[in-house]
Write a new protein. Sequence first.
Length: 481
Amino acid sequence: MKKLISFESFYLYHAQQTILHNITYDIYENETLVLLGSSGSGKSLSARAIMGLLPQNLQTKGFVRWHCPKKFGIVMQNPASCFDSIFTIQQHFDETFYAKKLPRDSRVYRQLLKEVDIEESVLKAYPFELSGGMLQRIMIALALCSHSPLLIADEPSSDIDTQGQKELMELIYRLKAKQNFAILFITHDLSIAQQYADRIILMDKGRIQEENDKESFFESPKQEITHSFLNAHTLLNRAKSRFEQKGNTHSHSEILMEAKNIHLAYHQGNFFAKKIPKKILNNIDFCLYRGKNAGIVGKNGAGKSTLMWVLLGIQPADSAQITLNSIPITKIKEYRRHISMVFQNPPASLNPRFSAQDAIIEPLRNIGYSKQECLREANFIAQSLKIESLHKKTIHFSGGEQQRIAIARAIITKPSVVILDEALSNLDMLLQAQIITLLKDIQQQFSLTYLVISHDMRIVYALCEDIWEMQGGRIHKKLPS
């Protein structure tokens, strides 16, 4: 096969620290190369070297050679952050075509949208009016507008529900078959690598630890880190069978949280048009039992996160009757002492001016802990979650490391209920397995109960005794029955 790109003894330095060590590999035309590794292993920096977008304060040694014209498309992890909310989708197409020196033509825009199964009417829409899945498809259309020989996909499916992941991957590979481009797929999910890769490169601590074709990688791994990834992959994939063996064990359990009659609707329409109510949550009732974790699953837009805002007391729902530890939500200050949340997007939930230590102990300061008590609790939690360099600002940690800081902050006050809103979705598979084990240990130690929102069923099976499926603002199915 013809080479597209070659890394030749490539090093990346910051001051006296070596970030990437002797990176040497090739990308061939029309292949799918999966770059696998933990958070902070150097995967994304390797991709940025290909694009020529490395930070200016870094020094390089070695070469990244293109064996063809330097043209590539990129699909990022969080599509919402890649669009400007004050511009329409058509304006985004105009800007992209201008940057790539292509003639701006709305007929071409409509054809590109058709190829990714999006109606042309979205050209007039703003990004905030569209779902994450739709924005991801539009990003693919923009990435492939110049028929590039390489598509760089940096965790493109990590924030999408299971069905959306399947549809997205099928779309990418349908376009790949049509346009014959290579894919550099950056991920921490071995399931994606197992299904779609031709070759796999495993990186750890800025070094290539193993490079092999897919079959050899899974059947005859050579390095210890590879075995660790495969063991975590097996552990998560076996979670479903263990969940099915648990059965219903609530007959003598204490009700911790009870919710009744949760309704929520937004009014659509402008000043001149009739406002039509759109139901977001529709007659939701449930009981959460002490020590029995519940998972809430469903497609994007089903109402999962909105339900969490109601349970936290952030989004009012006038008719709702919610109690936690027999405390009604109307006594909001007392109620909130017993519930905390780990958010989906850690950079948005952590103050970039805070050190990791300050971010973790902030809830304790707010409820009157002394400085000595705060530091003692922070050091214990940080050690348990393997968080290092507590003096560093949160902005200088990788995405996975930031999520660990967010988890530490949520559990440091020892609440009764912790809501995990896609809390593990940005973590690599090794860390997912470790954090699941840690969450179970902490649950026993501090009598916690988890409400888990996730599109990754393996995480839900591993953590939960109940699974509730949301569709159209309702809880339609409860497992076990």
